[in-house]
Design a protein around this ligand. Structure first.
Ligand code: CP3
Length: 344
């Protein structure tokens, strides 16, 4: 697909660019006043996710403001547990609250209903966004990697040390693997529907891949992500898959070498040159910039952005952050960052 209209998609497929294509994790979100206004109009965060017109609107907002190379579907990784029957709420100021699943009977109740009954508005959002985007702007569909989603389901929300939840795996491996399997199977169906509705690429977010012992990393993070990517490739072979294993620096070669992995997202702690040398020639690289540099702005942000572009010069590289924008990011620093990348 060397002739794909999107420079971002061509890069994921291995083509180096003179200026890297660019998008940002959490590019739609609370740092933008127009996002806050639309969220207010929707009611709550989940109401926004399930309202196709308004979710499409917030997906477009950063594209309109900055003219990026890719839009990312506005949704959340916790919609999958919700579609499987877990009660999910977002409390103002305290993040997600879920009904924990910690035993076999709670596990067997998951997925009794068709997940698409809950998720069909998301596919409608994808259609609306794809219809409204220029051809050279790609639309990224996404899901959480099974381990990251499982941490929220096991803990009943976000916790300080998600890696410590591996103790559930040591206590009862069949239970945790059963949970991972339900999430994996649902995620495959969900992502194929996103692709069929118009998503041009898929990103899997494994925010809590870090801090696990190597064999556990392989079993709980790498294997389920590989299964999802393999299933996508088998069903929709042209669609690139990006894996973002945050904290998984020691395993970058393993993720990158998976036959169905097209690109690896690197977090803000990864050393750039080492990431370039380990991931290439297996896969393209995306990301790396510390999102807090964009809060700071000025010379520290500008110098880091130039150095990042320089490190990945002549390789297939997508400019992005090493995790999402935080709410206190000044939107004008984002504009400046984009200018720096385009002029370097
Ligand atoms: O612009 C985009 O990147 C697309 C939309 C997107 C959101 N969440 C919107 C969102 C994406 C790709 C996600 C992924 C996501 N969701 C992850 C993986 C990436 C990461 O950030 O680590 C995780 C772990 C979640 C779960 C989640 N969603 C948490 C823990 C929270 C609360 C913490 C917080 O930042 O408020 C959310 C809420 C959420 N998801 C917001 C947004 C814009 C903020 C909600 C609000 O408007 O109040």
């Amino acid at each position: 697909m060397a002739d794909h209209p999107s420079k971002f998609i061509r890069t994921l497929k291995g083509e180096a660019q003179s200026t890297p294509p660019m998008w940002f994790m959490r590019q739609a979100g609370r740092y933008l006043p127009e996002y806050r206004a639309t969220r207010e109009q929707a009611g709550g965060f989940l109401d926004l996710c399930y309202n196709p017109e308004l979710a499409a609107e917030v997906t477009f907002q950063p594209i309109r403001r900055y003219g990026l190379d890719a839009a990312i579907l506005f949704a959340d990784i916790l919609l999958i547990p919700q579609a499987l029957g877990v009660d999910v709420r977002f409390e103002a100021g305290e993040g997600p609250v879920l009904e924990p699943v910690r035993n076999g009977s709670a596990l067997s109740a998951l997925g009794e209903r068709d997940i698409h009954e809950t998720l069909s508005p998301i596919y409608e959002t994808v259609r609306l966004v794809r219809d409204g985007l220029p051809k050279d702007v790609a639309l990224i569909g996404f899901a959480g990697a099974p381990w990251t989603v499982a941490t929220y389901v096991l803990a009943g929300g976000g916790v300080k040390d998600p890696a410590a939840l591996r103790r559930y795996y040591y206590d009862d491996p069949d239970f945790v693997l059963g949970l991972i399997k339900k999430i994996t199977d649902a995620t495959i169906d969900y992502l194929i529907r996103q692709i069929d509705a118009g998503a041009d690429a898929i990103q899997l977010f494994d925010t809590w891949a870090g801090g696990l012992p190597a064999p556990v990393t392989r079993t709980l993070s790498i294997e389920p992500m590989a299964q999802i990517a393999d299933a996508i490739k088998a069903a929709r072979p042209d669609i690139p898959v990006i894996m973002f294993p945050k904290g998984g620096f020691g395993f970058l070669t393993e993720y990158a070498s998976l036959p169905s992995c097209d690109a690896v997202g690197i977090d803000f702690a990864a050393p750039w040159a080492a990431a370039r040398d380990t991931v290439r020639p297996h896969a393209a690289v995306q990301g790396g910039l510390d999102p807090l540099l964009v809060v700071a702005g000025g010379a520290p942000m500008e110098n880091a952005a130039r150095e990042l572009v320089e490190t990945f010069k002549d390789t297939p590289y997508v400019f992005n952050l090493g995790h999402g924008f935080v709410p206190e990011t000044p939107p004008e620093n984002v504009a400046r960052l984009i200018d720096i990348v385009r002029c370097s």
